[in-house]
Design a protein around this ligand. Sequence first.
Ligand SMILES: Cc1cc2nc3c(=O)[nH]c(=O)nc-3n(C[C@H](O)[C@H](O)[C@H](O)COP(=O)(O)O)c2cc1C
Length: 356
Amino acid sequence: MKLLRVAVLTCSTRPGALGPAVGRWLIDAIAPRAAEIGVKLTPVALGDLNLPFLDEEEHPSSGVYRHEHTRRWSAIVDAADGFIAVTPEYNHGMPATLKNALDCLGDEWAWKPIGFVGYGNTSAGTRSVQHAKQVVSALRLVPLGATVAIRIGDSVEHGRLRPDAARDAAGAAMLDELVRLAHALRPMREHARAGAVPGPLAGSHARRLTPDDAPEVTVLQRCCWVEEAVANDTTAIPALRESPEEVREWLTSWNATGIRLDGRLLGMVRTRPVGTDWHLGRLAVVPDLRGRGLGRWLLRAAELAAEPDCRRAVLFTGAKSLRNIALYRNTGYRPTSLAGPEGTICLAKDLPGERR
Ligand SMILES: Cc1cc2nc3c(=O)[nH]c(=O)nc-3n(C[C@H](O)[C@H](O)[C@H](O)COP(=O)(O)O)c2cc1C
């Protein structure tokens, strides 16, 4: 399973602030639940980011960042699947540090849930949280209903939060809600990712697979190569046996494209140049959606991605994988004498001249 990454943002930055103590309490309170449900918590102190007031020339929605501090912040937010903001109330609103951190970025926030731990005097930080909820919605962040509100006078002693089982439980409940929402929003995040293009089925999209996709790719290839094992009477097939770590490794050295629909990985193919040959492999489509043109679409996309110097597309398949061989033959591939792993045959097809 993919770990869900939740960034815990400590928003106050003034010397002697209470924020770090509230952040520490939250991490301690929810860490056991996070471990149970596969969440990686990453504490982020806005004060450590050295983020000046928005100083980029381009609008943040462009994603064009000149400054290293913005790029660093962008990478942190981009890598997270959801957020918990630990925020004080300053003058009936959120602190400028949080507003600025939000304003500095654009799409990195989109379709991710955000929960709030607010703290303050009279209103226990609730006005700050209401203010922040209104602003985060503009960035397509999705605020949780669950919040934790801490009235400083009732909860703080010598700069630390007094133990409070009910507050610990509220923190864990907020994490649960955040995780449910993060999973529900995954298809929206997937669709909004840079480089995604419409796929062959209505509502589907295709994009380059990254090492982070290794768990789903591992499941897909194990499902898809069972039939190959039966057809070729062997389980000595790498796609059936590779661990997620091994898949992660090849995802860094091959260009792999995946088709997704509603967050589910439906199919994939991988490519790379070997001399003037364009090698294709791991063409896979989930068993329940075979015959809908996904394989052909992936094959075509893989061929179109060929580097200009490559003269022919080359692929290997099981010598007895008759269904695959028929698909490849129908799309112009012919057997070649190139040697592959034992029990496989090599097929190749000339790539269109205008590519060269
Ligand atoms: C500039 C400023 C404005 C504040 N305004 C409010 C407020 O409107 N409502 C409130 O309940 N507390 C307010 N407080 C009290 C803070 O909530 C309290 O000092 C808290 O510790 C601030 O968080 P921090 O220590 O992490 O900076 C304010 C504090 C500061 C410094």
